[in-house]
Design a protein. Structure first.
Length: 279
């Protein structure tokens, strides 16, 4: 049996076992995928013992992504740009780390808006945490001319500019509505609007009707930001898609089969989030 898992602290909220369990069953693979709570002080010991414990690898979620980057033995160039790992796999007895958040975001976006062209366009990203960092990196690699990073703490947005260069434009939180002009894409990476969190207040008056609006929050499945954008005619992309698409490469690395994100999988996970969900 091939074993993989997701680790974090806490980890009980993770829906990754639903996704990977679905694919294991779909492909008839003798494998398992579980949740394992790992305290930060035990992370190095856990990752170092992955192979001996019989694991092909693991997903890494909060608060471990940056610490995992320092622990793994091998990383790829894109992951080094981020300094954060969300997927660990064993090759030749050694621990490799990669980050699939950026590609998961782009694949989700393009699956819903296949004609979207980002090259030479502007984006507005709300938030400057780990998810924002992966998304900003992915957008810049798509050739975007500018990514405005709006954050409540200006210093964190400035850190992204220092990491990725002059195409990143730090913006004060109170100016968030003023930078929407000519944006082809708006991305919320903050927890605002998440179930149990304060709502995201954003006036979309200046936003181009052709712009795409996406939110990486997926509880609820449709945030107020997405509802407000839809009401004014903007195309919207839900956060659940990123969760599903970022899981694809990890499954392939551990189990040797590249799975596909389907409507059936989306609806299966969506019903776990909201039992009243209907397509």
């Amino acid at each position: 049996m091939i074993k993989a898992c997701v680790i974090g602290w806490p980890i009980s909220h993770s829906r990754s076992p639903l996704i990977h369990g679905y694919w294991l069953k779909q492909h008839g693979i003798d494998g398992s995928y579980s949740r394992i709570p790992v305290e930060p002080e035990n992370l190095a010991t856990f990752l170092g013992g992955l192979k001996e414990a019989g694991f092909a690898g693991c997903n890494v979620t909060l608060p471990h992504k940056e610490q995992a980057f320092d622990i793994v033995q091998h990383t790829d160039e894109s992951t080094r740009r981020l300094g954060a790992v969300n997927t660990v796999f064993i090759r030749g007895g050694e621990i490799h780390g990669t980050n699939t958040d950026g590609e998961g975001f782009l694949d989700s976006l393009k699956s819903k808006v296949p004609a979207l062209s980002l090259n030479g366009q502007r984006a507005v990203v709300l938030g400057a945490g780990g998810a924002a960092m992966a998304i900003v990196n992915a957008l810049l690699l798509q050739g975007m001319s500018e990514v405005a990073v709006v954050n409540r703490s200006p210093g964190k947005a400035e850190q992204l500019r220092l990491r990725f260069g002059g195409k990143v434009r730090p913006v004060l939180w109170q100016q968030r509505a003023d930078v929407l002009d000519d944006a082809a894409l708006v991305v919320n990476t903050t927890s605002l609007g998440m179930k149990g969190q304060p709502g995201l207040e954003l006036d979309l008056f200046r936003l181009n009707p052709q712009a795409v609006v996406t939110d990486i929050v997926y509880t609820p499945l449709r945030t107020r930001l997405l509802e407000d954008a839809s009401a004014r005619g903007n195309v919207t992309v839900e956060g659940l898609g990123m969760l599903l698409h970022q899981a694809v490469r990890g499954f392939e690395l551990w189990f040797g089969v590249r799975p596909v994100v389907t409507d059936e999988l989306h609806d299966f996970v969506a019903r776990d989030i909201d039992p009243d969900y209907a397509r």
